[in-house]
Write a protein that binds this ligand. Structure first.
Ligand code: CS2
Ligand code: MG
Length: 413
């Protein structure tokens, strides 16, 4: 059999998604997530205008060869757009291979290494009362781990905090359309003050531990905003609160900067959601500067590349923490779950449930029960795109915010 057709679906059921569809000469369909939040059309064009014709006629079973063909054949190495496009092709081919074998994909990755996949939710609140309510709500929903983000006095809307009031859940979408819901023409702007954040957050973690005890796994996302020295101070200050991880404490592409953080704290560190290649991690992993690999399957070259990356990390005692926000589609989420179930060095899985409209477009098989996810037993990835339903939601340009310090200096968002 060979690849017969390659097409790209762009839909926007509340937020934008890009999906690759590969159909074989025998009529088998494979799906791949190609969503890059805020730059979706770049990946859609890469697939439509540069890759589709090169795939038609290829043997769909030759996944490794196709991966190498697309990676080395591009000449220009790596980058989020290229690696998201390659990821979509890779996911679709693995979807087809598992469907052909009649098994859920994890069975082709070594079978199940665990019964379920521990998930963490996003708890946020504009103040501690709202955050406490959100945490309690997720505990009631069965989560054993929550990421906590809260407002900082003196600052308005900041990263990770749902503005929908106390206990808001499942509704944080950072990419913004225009205020009237039409296509955005430029990013919104947020304001940041690292000193205010560094002073405020340790007290928040102290109150969480007082209110929820020490069993609940608490995660927090620094979202790239601290200098290495600020990150070292912060990681040390919050050490008494026993976080499961501190994420993106400082821009991770400056890999050796994490040496300073490591020297000052045992707070576990997670990095990598903006990375797209194993080479972005080489120092972080070989020097054990992180504890969790945060890449998304969709942004890091797909299942083939992620399995190699996680196997490399395993050698150094580093675990998975695959990225799973709502801007990873249900197809990309399913790919993560099959890997999560099979690899030995699983850490935890981010889980921001998609909205109702999205789940009408993407028909999923994965389940969540009492804090644990499972990819299900449907052959393939276990997610099908309903193209008719998808057609009801036109693409709408949306941008991730730009962050500025209180003096107007552009900062990491
Ligand atoms: C965040 C993401 O989930 C996370 O850890 O860092 O939600 C990130 O802000 C978005 O993926 C950006 O599109
Ligand atoms: Mg993050």
């Amino acid at each position: 059999m060979t690849i017969k057709t390659v097409s790209v679906n762009i839909t926007s059921p509340g937020r934008n998604f890009v999906t690759l569809k590969i159909v074989t000469s025998d009529g088998l369909v494979g799906w791949g997530d190609a969503t890059l939040n805020g730059r979706e059309l770049s990946v859609a064009s890469y697939l439509r205008d540069h890759l589709a014709s090169t795939l038609v006629g290829r043997d769909e079973d030759r996944i490794e060869d196709t991966w190498q063909y697309l990676y080395r054949g591009a000449y220009w190495r790596r980058g989020p757009v290229t690696m998201a496009a390659i990821a979509a092709v890779d996911m679709a081919l693995w979807d087809i291979k598992a469907k052909k074998a009649g098994v859920p994909l994890y069975q082709l990755l070594g079978g199940a290494s665990r019964d379920g996949i521990r998930a963490y939710a996003h708890a946020s609140g504009t103040d501690y009362a709202a955050l406490k309510d959100a945490i309690a709500g997720y505990q009631e929903a069965g989560f054993t781990a929550v990421r906590v983000q809260t407002g900082v006095p003196g600052l308005g809307q900041i990263y990770g905090v749902s503005s929908s009031g106390p206990g808001a859940r499942y509704d944080y979408e950072p990419a913004k359309r225009a205020a009237d819901g039409s296509a955005a023409t430029a990013p919104s702007s947020e304001t940041w003050d690292t000193n205010a954040y560094l002073s405020h957050m340790p007290g928040i973690f102290s109150r969480i531990r007082e209110d929820f005890g020490t069993d609940l796994r608490i995660l927090h996302d620094g979202h790239h905003r601290m200098t290495p020295a600020e990150a070292a101070r912060f990681a040390k200050d919050i050490e008494p609160y026993g976080l499961f991880w501190l994420e993106d404490c400082t821009p991770g592409e400056d890999q050796t900067a994490l040496r300073l953080v490591r020297q000052h704290s045992t707070t576990p560190l997670a990095i990598g959601e903006v990375f797209n290649s194993v080479y972005d991690y080489q120092t972080l992993i070989t020097e054990r500067l992180i504890d969790y690999v945060r890449s998304a399957v969709t942004h890091t070259g797909g299942i083939t590349a992620m399995k190699k990356l996680l196997d490399f990390a395993a050698i150094y005692g580093i675990k998975s923490g695959i990225h799973g926000p709502t801007d990873i589609s249900p197809i990309g989420m399913a790919a993560a779950l099959h890997l999560d179930l099979a690899i030995h060095n699983f850490g935890i899985q981010e889980y921001m449930p998609h909205n109702k409209q999205t789940l009408e477009v993407f028909r999923t098989s994965f389940t969540f029960d009492k804090g644990f996810l499972h990819p299900g037993e449907t052959p393939g990835l276990g997610v099908e795109l309903d193209e008719e339903a998808a057609g009801a939601f036109d693409y709408m340009t949306a941008y991730l915010p730009v962050n500025r310090l209180t003096d107007g200096t552009v900062h990491d968002w």
